[in-house]
Design a protein around this ligand. Structure first.
Ligand SMILES: [Zn+2]
Ligand SMILES: [Zn+2]
Ligand SMILES: [Zn+2]
Length: 139
């Protein structure tokens, strides 16, 4: 039993069909897209990429797309009873390539189920070396 994040009612209060429908309408914390646009594997990858128990915000990096960031507060002063904004830091959350550790781009994040969380470069390297690719244990 679990709580539906779409209508905030218990799963028992849904017919099977409505439940599925509502689950598909869940928004991904990581990329902001509907669950229905993810494969099951991609959904899990994205949920894992988002840290738990962390305050999140979306920030705009320059002209670029909005990125998910965690809000990090330094334990410091309060100015006039409020947290000083100088002591709040937005740390962007990126996925890292599981092979080389490079930060994944937007497209690579959306294809993480296909690329197995690697960057395009590593993916190409791996697919060229077919033997290695297939020897890797799949998780
Ligand atoms: Zn619902
Ligand atoms: Zn997502
Ligand atoms: Zn890589």
């Amino acid at each position: 039993m679990s709580m539906c994040k779409v209508c905030h009612r218990d799963s028992a209060k849904h017919s099977e069909k409505t439940w599925l429908l509502h689950q598909q309408k869940q928004r991904c914390n990581f990329c902001g897209d509907y669950r229905g646009k993810h494969s099951e594997k991609l959904w899990n990858i994205h949920q894992e990429a988002v840290p738990n128990n962390t305050k999140l915000a979306t920030i705009l990096l320059g002209q670029g797309p909005k990125v998910l960031a965690k809000i990090v507060k330094w334990n410091t002063v309060k100015v006039n009873g409020r947290d000083s904004s100088h002591h709040i830091e937005y740390v962007p959350i990126y996925m890292k390539c599981s092979e080389c550790g490079a930060t994944l781009g937007n497209a690579e994040e959306k294809l993480a189920d296909v690329f197995d969380k690697t960057c395009l470069e590593c993916f190409c390297n791996m697919t060229e070396q077919e033997v290695k690719w297939y020897e890797r244990p799949r998780v």
